[in-house]
Unconditional design. Structure first.
Length: 329
């Protein structure tokens, strides 16, 4: 079920690397960071009942002391956090992560032998065996919805269920979300919530039961994917005088190319893993083209990451940027 990080598609790994670099920088205290050496661990493909191909990758962030929830009793200890990365626009780029809890796949291992993991909701994951039978799950199973309209109305009538399988809200530790609520009304509810009679019924009926919610989720994810596309096409901005850290996906070498290459100093730190490249650009408003590329070369692959320098004294509008983890201030 698990594979080495190096075997995950390159674009997924880079998306994870950008997000993890931000996580480690923003969410690990200096004291905890000194005691930890976070790095990429193994990866596990995850599926969704309405999609044929791999829908997500769970990538372990090894080298962190975390908690391993158990069905009963005190939580155990683990040595990895995790980040879940979507493979396409069906969900936000990074729907779930934690630097404090063990990966969902490790939690599900306690239920038995798992052959495949299925992501059903923001925090609900199910493990199935090699015959497709349910072995166990973590989180609350989403209910069966009946009586849905053909299209999502602009305003929900009183009594509609508001429970949706969506990305976990970006909170302090990344593994909590707002409580799921069902609006109540004295009027007859147009949507009924029922229990699934079996795992097979759930997998077969999931796409129809949640068709409106899944479409809404994809619509909500679209701006973040557009930001990802723009970053890949035009580059990521780095302020002159600031230090930007690039996590390499494995051991490798680099060159800096492009019009502003001479304005960027770079230092590669190969240890501790993963190797990290520190970029320090310098440019003022007199420079017309501040773009450059970082060419990363690994044993069997390569990357070209695009950047541009935001010069000193450059006029700018302060606003929130939409990144893979949500709005960034």
């Amino acid at each position: 079920m698990r594979i080495p990080f190096e075997e995950v598609p390159l674009d997924v790994r880079r998306r994870a690397a950008r997000a993890v670099a931000a996580l480690v920088g923003d969410r690990l205290s200096p004291t905890r960071l000194r005691k930890a050496e976070p790095r990429f661990g193994e990866a596990t493909p995850m599926y969704r009942p309405d999609l044929a191909d791999i829908a997500y990758w769970e990538i372990e962030i090894a080298g962190l002391p975390t908690k391993l929830p158990v069905p009963e009793g005190e939580a155990g200890r683990a040595e990895q956090g995790f980040i879940v990365v979507a493979t396409g626009g069906h969900d936000v780029p990074v729907p779930h992560f934690s630097l404090d809890l063990a990966p969902p796949s490790r939690q599900l291992d306690q239920s038995g032998t798992i052959n495949r993991i299925v992501k059903l909701d923001a925090l609900c994951y199910a493990g199935v065996d090699d015959r497709g039978n349910l072995v166990g799950h973590i989180g609350t199973m989403p209910p069966k919805l009946t009586g849905l309209p053909n299209d999502l109305p602009k305003r929900l009538p009183a009594g509609y269920a508001t429970t949706v399988p969506a990305a976990a809200h970006d909170t302090e530790d990344g593994d909590k979300t707002d409580p799921q609520r069902v609006r109540t009304s004295r009027e007859k509810r147009p949507v009924k919530l029922e229990e699934w009679r079996s795992w097979n019924e759930l997998t077969q009926g999931y796409a129809d039961s949640y068709r409106l919610h899944l479409a809404s989720l994809a619509e909500r994810a679209a701006p973040r994917w557009e930001t990802e596309k723009l970053t890949d096409t035009y580059g990521e901005g780095i302020h002159s005088g600031a230090t930007h850290t690039v996590w390499l996906l494995e051991e490798g070498d680099f060159t800096i190319e492009g019009p502003a290459a001479d304005m960027v100093s770079a230092e590669l730190n190969p240890q501790p893993l993963p190797p990290k490249l520190f970029l320090r650009p310098r440019a003022d408003v007199s420079v017309k083209d501040t773009s450059f590329e970082v060419h990363l070369r690994y044993a069997a692959s390569e990357e070209r990451l695009r950047y541009f320098i935001v010069p000193d004294q450059a006029p700018s509008t302060v606003g929130n940027r939409i990144g893979p983890l949500g709005e960034e201030h």
